[in-house]
Write a protein that binds this ligand. Structure first.
Ligand code: SAH
Length: 567
């Protein structure tokens, strides 16, 4: 989003410059009315540094339709408030007000109804998962805001994001009174009496083939006609697919671009292996696959809805790919909210269900939205959590399975992916591990080669663990010991330390970090010779330096190899 920042006074202009610099936007040239007209014409969001009255008078002649007007944010001269004045949802003003307020340390003022009640904005329902929305957004949104019963019909199992309790899920159209407000997840063109919001998941793949030099109008006209005859919404088109050879076919590229569709090109060999109803030897001789349009449409395992249809120079086929729920494996970092990655926050914001060990779900809840379902589990039970998350995703839900540190490190990602099929979309969101968090608190113990070893012999036989510790000792690697000690396991750390002491000096620095970035955090620096294992418990990592590591001003430093750390 490009932003224009305008100010009415000299004091305001300084603030405007700062805001524009921060947003990567531009300031006006000094002619308020002209600058605003230009920004509006180019569909740029505007930040107006002035009183709301002045702002309202300035934009009034331009206001047309909330679906097309750009976002307008007003900031007072003192930079105390950032008000989303118009274009809150579609124009992005609500979000922009939040960003500007964050930068200025101001209070964001957002007054659109759905934000006020923590309700989802219907126009962005499912947007995090590629869905698009059309229909009576105002009427159904109004019904939601006034607490009326709104039905949801998920004809396709597409993830949407959290829905408030006011939404009643139904399995069939017959369960919804004709005049009742309805949110309908479908890629078909449908018609009903009552107010209806149509959510279009990216389910349709348009396969296209053509002769060299085909006109965009011929491709576009054919695609539009085929979609219309099949009763499918163009908003549900995920992308246009064709063979590699057509990657530079102007007519196909232009027709797709006019409609806002991406073009995906596929190797002929891959297409040749896809079963199609209408293969052609002529096509095989020319491009190396007996089918372009049908095979391209089907390449994501889609069901062919419309077989090859042609004009003089173009062919089109349509497939529906399986619409799948979404499982995000979300890393929460060691504990502090500041170390929860923005991607994790976004996944939690979009989640319909959060699954995980109780305390992690509590931590994740800070980033979820109203309507989310939180499922807390006791320690252990990893497979139960994994299966439950996959089940929910298979039902078409947006699921976040959370873990501390990095979800892929001694955590939920591996048992989950070991049993996951390709019937759900999976995203893994990385995070700051306990080892990296501890390393930062200690200084730079991992400045050179290092490894992590878990001392838990619950799932790994001790002789394997011992062999890895020996290898780390011989390799002079810095080591992070995870799961170093618990009530039932109290001798493993001693044995691991003894192995390391045989290979590196007794004064090798050791860091003991308990509850890194949590309220009870404790950081201790000691040496291999003096390590007191009684300081170590469950939520601790122990970091052992290499033979080259030194302690400098209370910090462990491992040189990168090209220079000694001065004593
Ligand atoms: N996925 C996590 C590790 C889970 S295994 C990660 O990437 O960090 C659990 C072990 O991690 C604990 O026994 C402890 O050794 C370590 N651990 C997890 N969080 C910690 C923290 N905040 N401070 C210190 N150690 C921690």
């Amino acid at each position: 989003m490009t932003v224009t920042v305008l100010a009415a006074t000299a004091a305001g202009r300084r603030l405007a410059t700062d805001i524009a610099d921060h947003l990567g936007g531009e300031v006006g040239r000094g002619d308020l009315r002209g600058d605003l007209a230009l920004a509006w014409h180019h569909d740029r969001a505007v930040v107006l540094v002035m009183a709301t009255g002045a702002a309202v008078r300035l934009i009034a002649p331009h206001l047309a339709d909330k679906r097309t007007d750009p976002g307008v944010v007003v900031v007072d001269d003192a930079g105390t408030f950032a008000v989303a004045l118009a274009g809150g949802h579609e124009g992005g003003a609500n979000e922009l007000a939040g960003r500007v307020a964050g930068f200025l340390g101001a209070t964001p003022v957002v007054t659109t109804a759905s934000e006020r009640r923590g309700l989802p904005s219907l126009s962005s329902l499912g947007a995090a998962f590629g869905a698009r929305v059309e229909g009576d957004v105002a009427a159904v949104g109004g019904a939601l805001v006034s607490g009326e019963r709104v039905h949801l019909l998920r004809e396709l199992p597409a993830p949407l994001g959290p829905l408030p309790g006011e939404v009643v899920v139904v399995d069939a159209r017959a369960q919804v009174p004709d005049d009742a407000p309805l949110i309908w997840v479908t890629d078909r063109v449908v018609d009903r009496g009552g107010p209806t919001v149509l959510v279009r998941p990216p389910s349709i793949v348009v396969g296209v083939g053509s002769s060299r030099g085909v006109a965009a109008a011929e491709v576009g006209g054919l695609v539009d006609r085929v979609l219309a005859e099949a009763g499918l919404s163009p908003l549900a088109v995920a992308h246009v697919a064709t063979v590699d050879l057509k990657a530079d076919e102007e007519g196909i590229l232009a027709a797709a671009e006019e409609r806002g569709w991406r073009v995906v090109t596929l190797p002929a060999e891959a297409l040749a292996g896809t079963a199609v109803p209408n293969p052609s030897d002529v096509v095989r001789a020319a491009v190396g696959t007996p089918s372009v349009s049908e095979a391209s449409a089907r390449h994501l395992g889609g069901e062919l809805l419309v077989e090859k249809t042609r004009t003089a120079m173009a062919t089109v086929a349509i497939a529906r790919r399986p619409v799948r729920g979404h499982l995000a494996l979300v890393s929460l970092g060691p504990g502090d909210p500041g170390l929860v990655p923005p991607m994790a926050r976004r996944a939690l914001h979009a989640a319909e269900v959060v699954v995980g060990y109780g305390p992690y779900v509590d931590q994740a809840a800070a980033f979820t939205r109203r309507g989310v379902v939180l499922e807390r589990y006791p320690l252990g039970d990893e497979v139960v959590r994994a299966e439950r998350s996959l089940d929910l995703a298979r039902q078409g839900r947006a699921v976040a399975l959370v873990g501390s540190g990095d979800v892929g490190v001694y955590a939920m990602a591996s048992p989950t992916l070991a049993i996951a099929g390709d019937d759900v979309e999976v995203t893994v969101i990385p995070g700051v591990t306990a080892a990296l968090a501890a390393s930062a608190l200690l200084g730079a113990p991992f400045g050179h080669d290092h490894c992590s070893i878990s001392l838990s012999d619950l799932l790994t036989p001790w002789e394997h663990i011992r062999a890895r510790v020996e290898a780390a000792a011989v390799g002079d690697l810095a080591v992070a010991f995870y799961n170093p000690r618990s009530r039932g396991r109290d001798w493993q750390l001693d044995e691991a330390v003894a192995i390391l002491r045989a290979h590196r000096p007794d004064d090798t620095p050791v860091g003991i970090v308990r509850d890194a970035y949590r309220p009870d955090q404790q950081v201790t620096i000691t040496t291999l010779g003096e390590l007191d294992v009684s300081r170590v418990q469950m939520t601790t990592v122990v970091l052992v330096g290499t033979s080259q590591s030194r302690v400098r001003h209370g910090r462990i430093v491992t040189p990168r190899g090209y220079r000694e750390v001065p004593a």
